[in-house]
Write a new protein. Structure first.
Length: 276
């Protein structure tokens, strides 16, 4: 449990500002709030506290005083006292009318929720020195992320963010055959060995390109300071508009009711453009 006096760490003359991200969100959704957070600290010209279920995402960011779990760890009475200690609280949530109507993507919707200038990309700085001992791979590589979460029973039947095992095998094989000079890194197989979530950001940053289904790795690869262009697979155009990035190569499924399936030949053609 966090120390209830954490806000006392700031100088008393400074206003204490909290950026609160709606609880219950996955890594990708939390990561997307970083764009609004950066815009808010620029607008207020101050550092802020961040409450989120994924505090490690915001560690070491120069515009963040401290990230903590808040509602995940505090008793209700302690949490109430904690909130009262802040001068202002900005609640970040992407569920608003424009987002539900696919008029804004998730990052822009977060910006609207806290009343700041919109940006369409997440924003986290990466200290490469932190990964000096991260012996990942010594050769050029392309990463693939073909399921948003590892759920074997879903990967067999397909869904909005998952592809069948057979399709994944065929796609990875096609990438290997068409790009023999690149190692293929499957993020799904790496996930159990990832101990620091920022390792995923580093992996995306160092890749030549990628192929990913609608999900967390698309958001991570689209981080503004370390942007990596790749091929992103979606069920529908509405999914692109709500959760995608126009800066990426976005491909729409021919069978949206089954899942984000795109002809493999088309994926290879677009990946070739990015790599070359």
């Amino acid at each position: 449990m966090e120390d209830i006096s954490l806000v006392q760490e700031t100088e008393s003359k400074l206003k204490k500002i909290l950026f609160k991200i709606r609880i219950g969100l996955g890594l990708g959704d939390v990561f997307c709030a970083s764009g609004a957070l950066k815009k808010l600290t620029e607008k207020l010209n101050t550092k802020v506290f961040v409450e989120t279920g994924q505090p490690s995402v915001f560690e070491d960011q120069p515009h963040v005083i401290k990230a903590f779990r808040g509602a995940y760890d505090y008793l209700d009475i302690d949490l109430e006292n904690l909130y009262k200690s802040f001068d202002s609280i900005y609640v970040a949530d992407y569920y608003n009318e424009n987002h539900l109507k696919s008029k804004t993507n998730i990052v822009e919707a977060y910006c609207e929720s806290v009343g700041v200038e919109t940006t369409s990309l997440p924003y986290l700085l990466v200290d490469e020195n932190k990964f000096s001992n991260f012996n990942f791979v010594d050769e050029d590589y392309i990463f693939v992320a073909l399921s948003d979460k590892i759920k074997p029973f879903i990967s067999e039947i397909g869904s909005s963010k998952h592809l069948s095992n057979n399709y994944c095998k065929d796609l990875i094989s096609a990438i290997q055959n068409n790009f023999p000079n690149y190692k293929i890194i499957d993020i799904d197989s790496l996930n159990p060995n990832i101990h620091d979530k920022k390792e995923l950001l580093y992996i995306a940053m160092k890749a030549k390109s990628f192929v990913a289904v609608d999900g967390g790795m698309v958001h991570i690869a689209s981080n503004q300071p370390t942007f990596k262009k790749g091929v992103c697979l979606y069920r529908t155009q509405s999914c692109v508009d709500s959760f995608g990035y126009k800066e990426q190569t976005n491909l729409i499924s021919d069978t949206p009711l089954i899942g984000p399936y795109v002809p493999i030949e088309k994926i290879i053609d677009e990946l070739n453009k990015n790599v070359n």
